[in-house]
Design a protein around this ligand. Structure first.
Ligand code: NIG
Ligand code: FE
Length: 406
């Protein structure tokens, strides 16, 4: 292979949040190819090093590229009408039981072609990227047939191929009971386990498998069946659990070595302990909490005391969290859930990456050898990203070592 070797890139005098904490002094960060090279305090930086580098910027706040570890970005239609119904007093659960909610998006998603779903999802993903996202997880779950679930996953994969962002895909076949299986919930779970999961695994379309463990969705026993099938096909496990009630879905997921349990407003002490033992991440979704006007808070103090890593994500979806603004979620995580800005930022960087299985690669961290996904921001301190609700603060987005157009 020929071609000019890429010069090392240099950012100097940055205030650095490295995925865990804000470093005490201004830093220089160097990138070599798609990896982070040296990260040194400015006091130890020698000008001779700068000579061989392309200088990208001076000053500013630098964080790892944001990791949005829980989204449903690919979907057809809109649920603005349900928003109005909820304003008139209907609950999310009532709307779901009456055949609306997730199922209304299922109808619109089934009716859409792959190309239509791609074009609808692209601007949503671009909105996330303009707010700093370099890694995003995208779930299926609005197809609920083998063909329609695979169609959604193909769209998600294509988004990752065509846009400068890392996309992780999750099969969420067990999201809701499709109308064809109205009285045969177990029959549908068999379809998920025996057909959907094998097909998605064989075609390499899914990195993980997720379930919705809830009274309006699937029981713990049914979710365990799905986890077992996922495991048998070498796929990671995640769960929507303890969102509206405490069924024990998080603990069940943890028993299967889940990467994460997500929502978890109703998680109890035993659930916290189960996540701790399994080294699973607690994914907090303050956008859904806000949109559904929930009052039950996730057990933040218990999670903190147990040392369970907490991630923060948008849950971007047409129903419970029509929010495509990750830094707003940093603010919500602090304002609504009382996370510190440091915890919220770690939740959307290092811990978000861990919730997607990237812990060993050190994605979401700024240290030597980690993937060079970075954001440079127009703020004075990292905490300001959570403090103010203000679009347009992203100054540079670096994906795999390349500065991308904003
Ligand atoms: O993460 N909890 C279930 N699933 C989604 C909502 C999907 C929808 O309402 O369309 C969630 O909140
Ligand atoms: Fe979700």
């Amino acid at each position: 292979m020929t071609g000019t070797p890429q010069k090392r890139k240099l950012w100097r005098d940055v205030i650095l949040f490295d995925g865990v904490d804000t470093l005490p002094e201004p830093m220089a960060v160097m990138v070599e190819g798609d990896r982070i090279g040296r990260v040194v305090p400015m006091t130890e930086f020698d000008e001779a090093t700068a000579a061989g580098c392309e200088e990208m910027a001076r000053g500013g706040v630098m964080t790892p590229g944001l990791v949005d570890c829980h989204t449903h970005l690919v979907f057809g239609g809109s649920r603005a009408d349900e928003f109005e119904q909820r304003l008139e007093g209907a609950s999310y659960e009532e709307i779901a039981r009456a055949g609306g909610g997730i199922l209304s998006t299922v109808n619109a998603t089934r009716a859409a072609t792959e190309a239509e779903l791609f074009e609808a999802a692209r601007p949503r993903l671009e909105a996330l990227m303009r707010d700093g996202v370099t890694t995003v997880e995208i779930k299926s779950g609005y197809g609920l047939t083998v063909a329609d679930e695979l169609k959604m996953l193909r769209v998600a994969r294509r988004l990752g191929q065509e846009l400068p962002v890392r996309v992780v895909t999750t099969l969420l076949g067990a999201h809701a009971l499709p109308p064809e299986f109205r009285d045969d919930s177990d029959g549908y779970i068999d379809l998920v386990c025996n057909e959907m999961i094998p097909a998605a695994a064989t075609e390499g379309l899914a990195d993980a498998v997720d379930v919705f463990c809830e009274k309006i969705a699937f029981s713990v026993a049914q979710c365990e069946q799905v986890f077992a099938a996922a495991k048998a096909h070498g796929l990671s496990i995640k769960a929507h659990a303890e969102q509206l009630s405490n069924l024990g879905g998080s603990a069940a997921a943890a028993r299967f070595g889940a990467l994460s349990a997500d929502h978890i407003e109703f998680l109890d002490e035993a659930g916290v302990e189960a996540l701790r033992e399994a080294d699973s991440v607690a994914v907090l979704l303050p956008g859904a909490f806000h949109t559904l006007r929930e009052t039950r808070l996730p057990p933040i103090a218990a999670l903190r005391a147990a040392g369970v890593p907490m991630a923060v994500a948008t849950d971007a979806n047409p129903g419970s969290s029509p929010i495509f603004n990750p830094t707003l979620m940093l603010n919500f995580a602090c304002t609504l859930f009382r996370l510190t800005p440091r915890e919220a930022l770690a939740g959307m960087t290092a811990h978000g990456a861990r919730a997607l299985g990237f812990h060993e690669e050190r994605l979401g961290r700024i240290e030597e050898g980690a993937p060079a996904d970075l954001c440079l921001w127009h703020v004075d301190t990292p905490a300001a990203l959570a403090y103010a609700i203000q679009p347009g603060r992203l100054r540079q987005r670096v994906f795999a070592g390349r500065v991308c157009e904003l």
